[in-house]
Design a protein around this ligand. Structure first.
Ligand code: TLP
Length: 342
């Protein structure tokens, strides 16, 4: 096949020439002293885009999420979240080890409703952990890049307000949700108090995430970022890539969604594959009876230069991004289809 088609994640993209130039030319200062002009510019841009009062640049989505948990909760608090949430499944146990929270999964496929939240609220009783926070992941990674329906976000946030709960949105792929719905990022975030946003997924920056929220939340987050070792120094050279990504890589996300649809359509036509219809840039599919298991199929595809990731014994994920073309996605899907039917 020649070239490598890397569909393991949208985290695998490499910065292009123009992004690298922006990084090399960035004005910098010591950000722990709050003196890096490029970080300040990125944070101001995040405030403008999200409509929240304040923003904080952090090294990763994982740190953004852990800092958010620490900033909202105390050890022993309960957090209500959807099945398969990244912050409790893919962050090395940090939610328990660092924030000391107890996560309770509600709903199904990563989605849940106001009624699910209502049903999960504990009576005020010494036996139960206090419910402090509702956590929404949008788009939902393990759910197959699903978009959390906006009307549900609004209804959940309204209930949370009535009950004195905070609402955080893990928006590692928030711009994909905006692209899929036609809503602006500010509109999606309007009902929630705080959010984490990744620059290093579909937006194609090499490093970096943002936390946004009100002034008090960001003041607490600033301290927890330092505690976790995320206070960085002349980090404008990375923030510059984030600014470049926000200014140049948002409009093209629709291409990734089209490419995901192409992959899904090809795979859906295969007898031994069942696909979760993609809403954004993530295609999750199951290998049915007669097909190899996920590990074998992934190994066979890799021999042909197509890289995929495993999401279960018979479940595979393919993620589209700015470093794979429509033609490569079509070619990869045809190959995977043929490998599923040995
Ligand atoms: N997700 C990664 C892996 O960790 C699974 C991927 O390849 O999809 N929230 C969500 C919803 C995420 O999908 C991720 C990364 C993060 C947070 C964490 O971001 P990073 O990798 O920057 O720590």
């Amino acid at each position: 096949m020649g070239d490598i088609i890397d569909l393991r994640s949208d985290t695998v993209t490499r910065p292009g020439e123009a992004m690298r130039r922006a990084m090399a030319e960035a004005a910098v200062g010591d950000d722990v002293w709050n003196e890096d002009p490029t970080v300040k510019r990125l944070q101001a841009l995040a405030v403008e885009i999200t409509g929240k009062a304040a923003a904080l640049f952090v090294p990763s989505g994982t740190m953004a999420n852990q800092v958010a948990l620490l900033s909202h909760c105390r050890p022993g608090d309960e957090v209500l979240l959807g099945w398969g949430s990244h912050c409790t499944n893919y962050e090395a146990g940090g939610a328990g080890a660092l924030a000391g929270i107890q996560g309770r999964e509600i709903g199904s496929g990563g989605m849940f409703t106001r009624d699910d939240v209502l049903a999960a609220l504990q009576p005020a009783n010494v036996h139960f952990p206090p419910t402090r926070l509702v956590w929404i992941e949008n788009t939902h990674n393990r759910g197959g890049g699903r978009v959390f329906p906006q009307a549900r976000i609004a209804a959940i946030a309204e209930l949370a307000r009535e009950r004195g709960l905070a609402v955080h949105l893990d928006g590692a792929r928030l711009f994909n949700a905006a692209t899929a719905t036609g809503l602006s990022v500010a509109e999606i975030l309007a009902p929630v108090g705080s959010a984490s946003i990744c620059l290093s997924k579909g937006l194609g920056a090499p490093v970096g995430s943002l936390l946004v929220g009100d002034d008090d939340f960001i003041a607490r987050a600033y301290r927890y970022r330092k505690m976790l070792g995320g206070g960085m120094r002349q980090v404008g050279i990375i923030a510059a890539a984030g600014i470049y990504a926000l200014e140049n890589h948002v409009a093209r996300l629709a291409e990734d969604h089209n490419n995901a649809r192409t992959i899904a359509e090809t795979l859906a036509a295969c007898d031994r594959i069942e696909v979760i219809a993609p809403e954004t840039n993530i295609v999750i599919f199951d290998l049915l009876d007669g097909a190899p298991d996920a590990q074998s199929l992934i190994a066979a595809a890799a021999e042909h230069g197509v890289l995929l990731s495993q999401f279960g014994p018979r479940r595979v994920r393919a993620v589209t991004h700015l470093d794979v073309s429509a033609e490569q996605c079509a070619r990869a899907a045809t190959l995977v289809g043929s490998l599923s039917d040995p």
